[in-house]
Structures are given as C-alpha cells and as structure tokens.
Design a protein around this ligand. Structure first.
Ligand SMILES: Nc1ncnc2c1ncn2[C@@H]1O[C@H](COP(=O)(O)OP(=O)(O)OP(=O)(O)O)[C@@H](O)[C@H]1O
Ligand code: SF4
Ligand SMILES: [Mg+2]
Length: 386
C-alpha cells in the first residue's frame, strides 16, 4: 500500500489559494450560486472567436459573457455545432493563433487570459485551468507511462524532484480511484481501459489543483456505467477540492445531477444562463425548453431534435436578430431585432424577446415519463432509485 505524504494528498484544505472550497452542498446540485460576495473566479466578457478561412473571417462564437464562482459547476449545453468546444478551447487558448482570432476578455482570478503572452499562458494552463477531452487516447502520449505523464504535468509547474513528483502522481491516481496505483504508474496508456484512461486524464488535470477545470464531453467515448462513474468522480472532486467545473455535455440529465448552473448555447451565442433548478422547472428560452423536451444524449448528436424542427444555421449564414427564429414556434414580428441577454430572475438571463410572457415547459413533469432525461432528473431529485 502506498504511503502518501499528507502534503501530497488531495484532502480538503490542501489548496489554500482556493476560495469557497467545500462550500457546495452534496447530493442534488443546489440551485443557488455560492454566496461569496467575492469577485467571480472566472469572468468572461464579450469573448468572440472567428476562424480565418480562404473565404475570409468566419465568425463562430459571438460576445460570450458569463461568470463562475469558485466551486461552481456549470453545464454548457447546446446542439452539435453551437460553439461549446470552441468556447472551451478559446478560454484555454488552445486554438491555433494563425487560424483563430479571439477577441474579448476572460479574467481568471483577476488575470485576463486573453492578454497573456503565449509563455505566460503556458504557465497558467495546467496550473490554474485544465481541460479534459472526450478521447483521452489523443491527449496521452503512447510512449510514456501514465505515471510519468502525470508526474511531468506537475514538474512543469513546480520545482520538485522526480521522486516527489512520482509520489504526487501516485496520490493523484489514488484520488481518482485507480486501484493498485503504484503498479498502474508504470503502465502505458494502451494497457488501460477507456474508463481508466479517462481517470488518468482527470488525475493529470487535477494534480496541480487548478482553480477551474473544463471537461469537454469527458464521458461520450465511454460505456454507460463508466460514464456515471466518471461524472460522479468529477462532481465529488470539484466538491472536495473547490475547483470550479465547466461541464460540456449533450446530456441534460448529467447537468441536473452534477451541475449548479446551466448555460445554453445556440448558434454561437449564449441564449440562457441560470441556476439548474430554475431552468429545469422554468426555462425562459424556447430553445432550452426544446432541449429539455428532447432526448439530448441521443438525438442532439445526430443533429435532429424531435421537439425542435430544423437545424442550427451554419456559421456565416446567421439570421439577423434572434438566431433561433426560423425554428421557433413562438416567433413573432420583432424577433428579428438585435438582442441581448435579458434578466429574468436572480442569476437567470435569457436571450429572447418573449421570455417574460411565455410559459414554457421544462420540468420533469412536462416530459414523457419514460424519457432518459426524465429518468435522470427523477433520480437526481431522489424520487426514484437509479
Ligand atoms: N478549425 C475550425 N475551422 C473552421 N470552423 C470550425 C473549426 N472548428 C470548429 N468550427 C466550426 O465552429 C462551429 C462550432 O464548433 P464546436 O466544435 O465548438 O461545436 P460544439 O458545440 O462543440 O459541437 P459538438 O457538440 O458536436 O462537439 C461548428 O460549426 C464547427 O464546424
Ligand atoms: S426572440 Fe422570438 S424567435 Fe427568438 S426565441 Fe424568442 S420568441 Fe422565439
Ligand atoms: Mg464539441
């Protein structure tokens, strides 16, 4: 059995630089944001990303603005092509600078990530903000053992000996629930199952105790039971370490179980941002309501939503005003006017001209009782057993 030095463990209290640690309730994600009274951990303002193509600049995301407190877990949802990954990659500054043009600001613990030099950003990436991807194999190097890769992720940021980094990596393997960590340390990525590889990626993301983790569909490549384990792991690690989490997913049931807030993106814009319980019971944007009435885990991936006709417009062919207009059953004259996110309730904003007068279905009661989303929501609410 590994003897893990206390200073290398991930026990609560081991990252004093984090505020709000351990403040989130366990169990079903709380509706309310942590009341810290402090500056948000992440404050994104007017972040827009465009790709430079042979036909000129192609705008992808437009004026993305939101903020996250320490310890919050935010589900970022929307159909395929809405700009979720581009938003995550833009925040990480991982898009190639020669093809992507990013404007706007993203202050993480006070420093604007967009204003940092490439060198400064390398010091922040992994240390203060880390990203977990859908397919761990593409992020792991096949020629190094998983332990070496986790240890190296630590040594890049901290001046420790190889032996100390190894101990730290083994502690991280323990933390993410990998059995026989000392033995696993010396194994190569191909020797591990998909679920174990994703745990390794999470260990790599966590080892420097980042303030923010961006997980981009971290369970999509895994089978269903492993998906639930990885999702639970991310939630419990966020609760224990106080790290904020942006969870990009198509599965609204996972958001209901894991997150405190949900941000809906449509066609490159945020259309709704609200505490999870609020938005599930009373979505204010017809698109969010449509997502809740669909089977997002399956149908959004195929590009067809049963409750919303049509498809997301392509970048470069966006309609004026409300981008959802051509698919919206509530559209009326005036919806073509330019929009902003309008306040609806405490911490709840929506980009819809009719948001205040529409009463849109969204809660579990409005869904087909046998839908996977309804099932997950009912489990999360403790109404039925998993
Ligand atoms: N390198 C690129 N060059 C040009 N367009 C791109 C590039 N990367 C992404 N896009 C476009 O940007 C849009 C948003 O893509 P993004 O990958 O962010 O969508 P997403 O919401 O993450 O979708 P999914 O749920 O399928 O992962 C899409 O229309 C996509 O085709
Ligand atoms: S602004 Fe109009 S078209 Fe757009 S979502 Fe609201 S009601 Fe529908
Ligand atoms: Mg994506």
């Amino acid at each position: 059995m590994t003897d893990i030095p206390a200073k290398l463990s991930f026990a609560p209290g081991n990252a004093d630089h984090l505020t709000g640690r351990g403040s989130m309730a366990t169990g079903h994600a709380s509706a309310s944001r942590p009341v810290t009274g402090a500056t948000p951990l992440l404050e994104v303002r007017d972040l827009s990303t465009a790709f430079l193509t042979s036909n000129g600049e192609l705008p992808i995301t437009r004026q993305i603005s939101f903020s996250i407190n320490a310890g919050e877990r935010v589900g970022l949802v929307g159909e395929s092509g809405c700009g979720k990954s581009v938003t995550g990659l833009s925040l990480m500054r991982l898009l190639p600078p020669h093809t992507a043009r990013i404007t706007g600001q993203a202050h993480l613990a006070g420093q604007d990530l967009m204003a940092l030099s490439a060198r400064q950003m390398r010091a922040v990436r992994g240390r203060d903000v880390a990203m977990i991807f859908q397919e761990p194999m593409s992020a792991l190097d096949p020629v190094f053992t998983v332990g070496e890769q986790i240890a190296e992720a630590y040594r890049v940021h901290f001046p420790v000996s190889r032996a100390e980094a190894r101990q730290r990596a083994i502690a991280a393997l323990v933390e993410v629930g990998i059995p026989a960590p000392e033995q696993r340390y010396d194994e190569y990525p191909h020797q591990l199952s998909g679920g174990m590889r994703q745990r390794v990626m999470i260990a790599m993301a966590l080892i420097c105790e980042p303030k923010l983790i961006i997980a981009d569909e971290p369970t999509t490549a895994l089978d269903v039971t492993i998906q639930a384990q990885i999702t639970d792991l991310l939630r419990s690690l966020s609760e224990r370490t106080g790290a904020a989490l942006i969870f990009i997913t198509h599965d609204l049931g996972v958001v209901a179980e894991t997150c405190t807030r949900m941000i809906t993106m449509y066609a490159g814009e945020i259309v709704e941002d609200a505490p999870v319980d609020d938005v599930l019971t009373r979505p204010r944007h017809p698109y969010t309501s449509g997502l809740l009435r669909s089977l997002p885990g399956l149908s959004a991936r195929r590009g067809v939503l049963p409750s919303i006709p049509g498809r997301v417009p392509s970048p470069g062919r966006m309609p004026d005003g409300c981008r959802f207009r051509e698919r919206c059953g509530h559209a009326m004259a005036g919806c073509e006017r330019e929009q902003t996110l309008l306040p609806m309730a405490a911490d709840h904003v929506a980009r819809c001209w009719r948001a205040r007068d529409l009463r849109l279905p969204g809660s579990v009661n409005d869904m087909a009782a046998d839908s996977p989303v309804a099932h997950n929501l009912a489990v999360a609410a403790g109404e039925i057993r998993p």
